[in-house]
Design a protein around this ligand. Structure first.
Ligand code: ADP
Length: 702
């Protein structure tokens, strides 16, 4: 008998059919399998948040486990979440060699609450169960067999194998096959084990509560009888189920899917724009970004042409790229076939026959313009020309080419072969096909692509500017880098703004500010000013750069490091006295600044810019912004992204605080609440999925 499991109807079906099978003397054993080659992806996520209808999973799994005829799970495709929990209730598990198993509930802010936290440790031991349940990672069949999650792996028809097997065990006693009756294998260093696990989980969780609850539930499996453990599992799940974090994580799950359904203000959309296939791609410039992009391209199986003008750089890049591909292949247990897919050249002529080019030369407009002119002349007709610029004007580059409709931005994040985010930047002339092709290529490269309009800094970096600016102002007003970073790290960022700035290099922003004519030679004139065209400006970053303090790479920045390149940031007494002198020089009196002010000023300024981006039509919806921040900027996923977070805080509250801070700092335009935020509050602060309606109305009135 075969079943699928993903909805109330299916659960009812299983309950009824198992009951019939057990009551039918002709049936000797039962096989549970999925339909269409997939055992089960778990509870239907759409059911979350609504009242689950139909028979609940726990008693259903109990009934299966208690059956007096052997029940065998035949796992093909995947057994995730509730699906694996069901399989754990069966007496035997047979998986296809390509099947994947896991309990991913933690990534949705939940725990496996149909006995998963109680059965898995009884079956495979506490350490392995903790690993699977607290990370939510999926394992392949081979690993599942090694861990003891499944009894056998089938190479061919899993169902046939399971049926054969079920018949062979039809008369065997089942007492030793009911996992809930197993004692949980208890290691001798029990306390140390859980203490260590809890510490590790808390550190990685950055404030997320679900992984912590998972450890508590597994602990209950190890310390309490099964039924009491189940009670604890239920209790912990109840807390998680109604938490804001679960809402945020489930929002992220849907938002990630929503952003692939991109749209442009001119009406072009994902479902009406056909991508063109890309078989051969090129990367121009093999610095840090170009190397990572070349690796990511080659790993998709594409032929790649890599062009770099400097001989020495080319040699180094070749080695570095090969190393990255070899390590990547080793991790995945593959041979680095991608190595042979890359050819290297000094000469831009080598890109003549590629389908798509990604330019990653220095961030210099004059140079990029020249490269785009060359590309336009060299490439075959129809080649898409993409730039990896993080801030320069994509339209301007497009205007250098014969076919501006073929030009889009593909903004990767460092290291490009690791980081998931890709901003696909379209200009007014970009064709829907160019956007569709870049989005599809990004997906093939394993990236989360978000289509955004062209503006200074696009979405991510544009919102970062007011955030960093507030952090600088807070230093002037009395905070320290340590205080600001601690507040942001406690919020859940992996790194605060100053540690991050030290890591990415202070000189990057300095060069941009110089280009914008903002930097004065402060020390030369003796007194750098703190205003630019009526707007408050902090020259603190410029002053550090003038001292050669570029961050980690020079061993000094906002913090000090044991040596250049070292990663451990230490408080720097030099900086503290420099800051005090700076304040004294400018007549600034330090006041006490608390974490709440740090968060409100940095985050609400960033969020306010997010609303402006929505107002300007640069991002199609709040989900796009949130996914950019979660995947590219370390925004804690359990807080759902900045726009979702604003909704959780309450839009009226965000507006009120921005008004308050803008009143206190009238020379900071970023703190002035934008009209979309006002409009949303005036419309009764609708939930985030209804913002698009308000935005549409706003646009139609413009
Ligand atoms: P990033 O850190 O953004 O990757 P880098 O400055 O490290 O940037 O790298 C840019 C690379 O582009 C350098 O290796 C440089 O030699 C190379 N480059 C500059 N101009 C050209 C060009 N016209 N064609 C190919 N490569 C170029």
């Amino acid at each position: 008998m075969c079943f699928i499991l993903h909805s109330a109807a299916v659960r009812q079906g299983i309950v009824d059919t198992v009951k019939r099978a057990l009551g039918d003397p002709k049936v000797k054993s039962v096989v549970i399998c999925g339909q269409n080659g997939i055992f089960c992806g778990g509870a239907d996520i759409k059911e979350f948040g609504t009242n689950m209808s139909g028979p609940p999973l726990v008693p259903m799994i109990h009934a299966i486990e208690a059956a007096n005829k052997p029940v065998v799970a035949a796992i093909e495709g995947s057994a995730l979440g509730g699906g694996l929990e069901l399989a754990l209730g069966c007496h035997y598990r047979i998986a296809h060699s390509k099947a994947r198993l896991g309990l991913p509930e933690v990534s949705l802010g939940l725990l496996p609450a149909a006995g998963g936290t109680q059965r898995l440790p009884r079956l495979i031991g506490v350490p392995a169960a903790l690993d699977l349940i607290t990370t939510g990672r999926h394992v392949a069949a081979a690993e599942a067999l090694q861990l003891g999650v499944v009894d056998r792996v089938a190479e061919h028809s899993t169902v046939d194998a399971a049926v054969k097997f079920a018949l062979s065990v039809a008369a065997k006693p089942l007492d030793a096959r009911r996992i809930s009756t197993y004692p949980c294998p208890c290691p001798s260093d029990f306390d140390a084990l859980f203490e260590g696990a809890m510490q590790k989980v808390r550190q990685n969780a950055r404030g997320a509560i679900a992984p912590v609850a998972c450890v508590q539930a597994v602990r209950a499996a190890a310390t309490r009888p099964y039924l009491q453990g189940m009670e604890r599992e239920k209790e912990l799940m109840a807390t998680l189920f109604t938490s804001g974090q679960a809402r945020a994580l489930q929002y992220c799950f849907f938002a990630q899917r929503a952003v692939s359904k991109w749209s442009m203000p001119n009406g072009a959309r994902w479902d009406t724009s056909k991508p063109r296939p890309v078989h051969k791609a090129a990367v121009i410039g093999l610095g840090t970004m170009g190397r990572g992009i070349a690796v990511a391209l080659a790993q998709t199986g594409l032929s790649v042409v890599a062009v770099e003008t400097q001989e020495k750089q080319l040699m180094e890049a070749k080695q570095a790229v090969s190393g990255m591909l070899e390590r990547g292949a080793k991790r995945r247990g593959l041979t680095p076939a991608a190595l042979h897919k890359i050819s290297y050249s000094h000469d831009i002529q080598a890109v003549a026959d590629v389908d798509l080019v990604i330019e990653a030369v220095f961030e210099d407009m004059a140079l990029k313009k020249k490269v785009f002119q060359q590309l336009s002349a060299v490439c075959k007709p129809g080649t898409f020309l993409c730039t990896n610029t993080s801030a320069l004007d994509v339209d301007h580059l497009a205007s250098q080419t014969r076919n501006p409709e073929l030009v889009v931005g593909m903004h990767f994040f460092a290291p490009a072969h690791v980081m998931k985010l890709l901003e696909v930047v379209y200009g007014p002339q970009s064709s829907p096909q160019a956007v569709a092709t870049a989005m599809q290529l990004g997906k093939k490269m394993g990236k989360v692509g978000v289509a955004v309009g062209n503006c200074r800094g696009f979405v991510g970096n544009r919102m970062l500017k007011p955030y960093i600016e507030q952090a600088f102002f807070l230093l002037e007003e009395g905070a320290t880098p340590e205080l600001v970073d601690r507040a942001l790290e406690e919020f859940g960022f992996p790194m605060g703004v100053f540690r991050m700035s030290d890591l990415s290099g202070l000189d990057v922003g300095w060069r941009v500010r110089k280009g914008d004519g903002l930097v004065e030679s402060g020390l030369a004139s003796g007194q750098p000013t703190r205003l630019r065209e009526g707007r408050r400006y902090s020259p603190l970053g410029d002053l550090l750069c003038e001292q050669g303090r570029f961050g980690q790479k020079t061993g000094r920045g906002w913090y000090q490091y044991d040596q250049p390149g070292s990663r451990v940031a230490r408080s720097d007494p030099w900086f503290h006295s420099f800051l005090e002198e700076y304040r004294a020089r400018h007549g600034l009196v330090a006041r006490r600044i608390d974490h709440q002010e740090v968060l409100e000023r940095c985050l609400y300024a960033l969020i306010n810019e997010g609303f402006r981006i929505l107002e300007d039509g640069i991002a199609a919806g709040p989900e796009d912004i949130d996914i950019i921040y979660v995947f590219g900027y370390g925004w804690p996923r359990h807080r759902g992204g900045p726009m979702f977070y604003a909704g959780m805080v309450g839009l009226a509250r965000v507006l009120e605080r921005l008004e308050h801070y803008h009143q206190a700092h009238p020379d900071v335009p970023y703190l002035q609440p934008c009209s979309l935020l006002r409009r949303l509050v005036a419309s009764g602060s609708p939930p985030v999925h209804r913002w698009r309606e308000v935005i549409k109305k706003l646009h139609s009135q413009l």
